[in-house]
Design a protein around this ligand. Sequence first.
Ligand SMILES: C[S@@+](CC[C@H](N)C(=O)[O-])C[C@H]1O[C@@H](n2cnc3c(N)ncnc32)[C@H](O)[C@@H]1O
Length: 243
Amino acid sequence: MKAPNTRSDKDFPSHLLPRTAFYGRTFEEYKRMFNLNIEELKNLRILDCPSGPSSFVSESYRKKINVVGCDPMYRYKLNYLLKTGLEDIEMLLEKVASYSDKYNWNFYKSLPHLKKFRELALNRFSKDFVPGIKAGRYHIASLPFLPFKDNTFDITFSANLLFLYDNLYDLDFHLTSILELTRVTSKEIRIFPIQGSDFAISRIFLPIVHLLVRHNLACRIENVEHHFQTGANKMMLITKDYN
Ligand SMILES: C[S@@+](CC[C@H](N)C(=O)[O-])C[C@H]1O[C@@H](n2cnc3c(N)ncnc32)[C@H](O)[C@@H]1O
């Protein structure tokens, strides 16, 4: 398994990448990335992995939807998370600005509009983080291994880590991580996007599908409403297929 470099912080987990952004979306954006129906979510045990500074956990909690989030960055204190979150918003917005023709501006109307969503997510996350850690809504965890028992969750959502960072995480990491997600999840795993860091379908997507099928897992692709990075409007669904 390829071992990425660490950030400058020497305590950082060795497999965490220097440029995996601590950058989060709101509930509304999760709905669009994963074709979610709020009523159907109400009776499920849900994992958001990685949840980063997204506000999916906190907004779900307010809507009485049972979501647990995990991320290696949760080992840090709120002040550091806020500082990193704000820095990463600036860093990512600069990147989007320099490739703005590669993005669809139908949902986010402009860079300031995009920034508003990112700050909203970070703000909602930060208000919930301290009480949420105590209540068990947030867990420190790092793929490819998670601190949850088998089938703890009915469904898992994994946004903006797998496939997207295929320049930093190799095939072995992806396979081990997805199998770990299937271990802790009884029904279904949804991954968005299936694009890699270069805007094309990830070069490891098809090899991963072949390997998962050999593990008796059923894979399919669905179009989703969310379509910001050009072409990135598809999620992968993985279900346990015992037939
Ligand atoms: C771009 S954020 C995505 C957050 C959220 N899912 C969203 O879409 O808004 C990527 C997150 O992946 C986390 N991450 C990096 N390496 C990880 C690993 N090995 N296991 C789990 N999460 C990891 C980072 O800390 C960061 O919070």
